[in-house]
Write a protein that binds this ligand. Structure first.
Ligand SMILES: C[S@@+](CC[C@H](N)C(=O)[O-])C[C@H]1O[C@@H](n2cnc3c(N)ncnc32)[C@H](O)[C@@H]1O
Length: 213
């Protein structure tokens, strides 16, 4: 037997290294283009008040906006990237018959290309020229902060974008102000997050919704 065939020449990796390599190959080989739309694919950054919905809640909200937008409808997800991601995953029935954009402060979501619109609630009407007024059938919004200033400014954006239907997700404590600003009422549906929030979190709508009952 030549030296080349000798077992001594076979590069030996430890069992741990082989297991780590296997894990890496498994992960890379199973990744698909739709992975970029996985809810939670982008790490939460609490400095931007980021708390992602559970997959179940993102699904429920995506189903709601698809139903309400109707065939060919346009959906704006304002500070709510999880719902945008869920719409793009392709798992929600009818999501291929609507279009959606995500208005976000976090530029990590700019990987979504033309669907990403940079948005800072401090400048509520500072939007690109091609974002026409009253051009979205449903506007879903989850403001970053539980404050009167934040909700007031976000409401300016919502009114600019919306043809009519508004789905607001925020703390129950904002109920009165939300009603005054956007004429919305609180739903019985309880949205959930990947990490438990200490505050009572709710959805509000200004149209007859299945989320109400
Ligand atoms: C409470 S989280 C809502 C996220 C939602 N629960 C989801 O899972 O998609 C608030 C969102 O506001 C965004 N945000 C942070 N600062 C902002 C700002 N100045 N203007 C607009 N949005 C902002 C965050 O990036 C985050 O997506």
């Amino acid at each position: 037997m030549s030296d080349i065939d000798s077992d001594d020449d076979v590069p030996a990796l430890s069992a741990e290294t082989l297991a780590a390599l296997q894990e890496f190959y498994d992960e890379t080989s199973s990744s698909t283009p739709s992975d970029q739309f996985t809810v939670g694919a982008v790490e939460e950054d609490w400095r931007m008040s980021q708390f992602w919905y559970s997959d179940e809640t993102a699904t429920r909200l995506a189903e709601e906006v698809v139903r309400e937008a109707g065939e060919g409808g346009r959906i704006a997800c304002v500070s709510a990237p999880s719902v945008y991601q869920k719409l793009k995953q392709g798992s929600v029935v009818g999501s291929d018959r609507v279009s959606a954009v995500v208005l976000e402060f976090d530029r990590r979501f700019s990987t979504y290309g033309d669907d990403f619109i940079f948005y800072d609630y401090n400048e509520p009407l500072s939007l690109p020229d091609d974002v026409a007024p009253k051009s979205f059938d449903v506007v879903l919004v989850d403001p970053p902060y539980l404050s009167e200033v934040c909700l007031s400014k976000v409401s300016e954006t919502v009114k600019y974008l919306s043809k009519g239907k508004v789905l607001l997700c925020t703390g129950a404590v904002m109920e009165k102000l939300a009603g005054e600003l956007l004429d919305v009422r609180m739903c019985s549906f309880l949205p959930k997050h990947n990490r438990n929030l200490s505050n009572d979190f709710r959805c509000f709508v200004n149209y007859p919704s299945r989320l109400l009952s």
